[in-house]
Design a protein around this ligand. Structure first.
Ligand code: URA
Length: 430
């Protein structure tokens, strides 16, 4: 196809007016955008047209495929030789608050001989990034060559690292643009963004944790289910065994929201303890992934007997990290107290995520640094009874001038009452 085969303005106009884009138009626009021939402002307009007009299944499949073809495809089959016949398995979360599940899950699955290549990202906005969390560990390196990733996968079984620049570069450019133009929350754009990376990564099996609720991109269950269905279909069509869970993100996962504090909470889970919801989701995802790989085992045992912790230590050390080093502590903290006695009936995930971000745990622009020790420790979760004057949460930062804006984000984010109706963590399975 030549650079002049299509015209970006015409493609934008057609999508703006509700037309279905042809396979050739999609291939051209993704390729031309990756090479800088379609300008950012044109792609922004197209993303907004897609946001309002949507894309049908055929268009989404082609869009995903074009983004995969914009870069390299990884191949992990070399580690699956004799005696290592188990599949590569991966999980992807659509993003939530306090979502540190990848940290205990990857080493837990490696205990059972699975190869777990978790190519992860950094946080942008109120949702945290797995790499930012792990970088709180002294010496830990996120960037690895493809060769080193394969080596660690072969020796340890689990690796959590930064996706290389060669993987779906069209998505890298487009995601940054969507973030800056308020076009992230579009089902076809999210589905193609996530699945292009996962398919290009070459995993054999994939479990998607699709978050639903105030702290998630998808605010209601019907939308989340639609997103999950499209992603499962894209995965299956590409030969990746794919399943999805819809899980609740109205309130943060666990009691820690931030970077170092989420590592500490993950280590508690690996030591056989930790908050009930983090343990429940880790085990539910582990069971689904073991099932996809055809392994019969109860993953709770490896948390209880220390095998998952051993794998964690190996995994961290393989990337230069010191699993015994103390985690950074924030220089300043401020406690929010319950003004009266009652049952905590609501604690809003989005507000806690935004407050943690404002304390320094997240970044506003992708080149900003994050503070390892910033974040929020929750002392009560919905359903807990508290008495007047009891601490509800502790805010932590190295830069105390951030407290006011974080406290402003938390205003009206929790309620005390008499009755709390618990909602399930796992809402649906596909
Ligand atoms: N995560 C991604 O990788 N892409 C999206 O579009 C949304 C969440």
């Amino acid at each position: 196809m030549t650079d002049l085969a299509f015209d970006a303005v015409e493609i934008i106009r057609r999508k703006r007016d509700g037309a279905m884009l042809s396979a050739q138009e999609i291939d051209w626009v993704i390729d031309a955008y990756t090479r800088g021939l379609v300008a950012d402002e044109q792609m922004s307009a197209l993303a907004m047209a897609i946001f309002f007009r949507g894309m049908n299944r055929q268009e989404v499949a082609r869009w995903t495929d074009a983004m995969i073809r914009s870069g390299e495809r990884l191949d992990f089959s070399s580690i699956l030789g004799p005696g290592k016949k188990l599949a590569t398995v991966d999980k992807h979360s659509t993003g939530g608050v306090g979502d540190k599940i990848t940290l205990p899950l990857a080493p837990l699955l490696a205990v059972y001989g699975l190869a777990v290549p978790q190519l992860s990202g950094r946080g942008l906005g109120h949702t945290g990034g797995t790499l930012d969390k792990l970088e709180a560990i002294e010496g830990w390196q996120a960037s690895l060559s493809n060769e080193r990733t394969l080596e660690i996968l072969g020796s340890v079984g689990a690796v959590i690292s930064a996706a290389g620049a060669g993987l779906a570069p069209a998505d890298k450019k487009l995601y940054a643009l969507r973030d800056a133009t308020s076009t992230v929350e579009s089902i076809p754009l999210i589905a193609s963004s996530i699945m292009s990376k996962k398919i290009a990564e070459g995993t054999g099996a994939l479990v998607l944790d699709v978050k639903v609720g105030s702290g998630a991109f998808m605010k209601d269950q019907a939308q989340a289910r639609q997103l999950a269905e499209i992603m499962v279909e894209l995965g299956q069509d590409a030969g990746v065994k794919t399943r999805a869970l819809l899980t609740n993100m109205d309130t943060p996962l666990g009691l820690a929201v931030g970077n170092a504090c989420e590592v500490a909470e993950s280590v508690e889970v690996l030591a056989g303890g930790g908050p009930a919801d983090v343990v429940e989701l880790t085990l539910e995802l582990a069971r689904t992934m073991l099932d996809l790989a055809g392994v019969e085992a109860d993953p709770a045992q490896a948390l209880a007997d220390g095998r998952a912790m051993d794998k964690w230590r190996q995994m961290i050390a393989a990337q230069g990290g010191n699993p015994d080093a103390p985690l950074p502590q924030a220089r300043e903290s401020q406690v929010v107290y319950a003004p009266e006695s009652g049952v905590l009936t609501r604690l809003d995930a989005l507000a806690v995520g935004v407050a943690s971000w404002r304390l320094g745990a997240g970044r506003a622009r992708k080149e900003d640094p994050v503070q390892a020790a910033a974040g929020i420790l929750l002392h009560a979760k919905p359903g807990d009874r508290v008495t007047a004057g009891q601490p509800l949460m502790t805010l932590m930062t190295d830069t105390p001038e951030r407290f006011d804006r974080a406290l402003a984000a938390l205003e009206g984010s929790w309620s005390l009452g008499e009755e709390h109706t618990p909602s399930p963590l796992i809402l649906d399975r596909l």
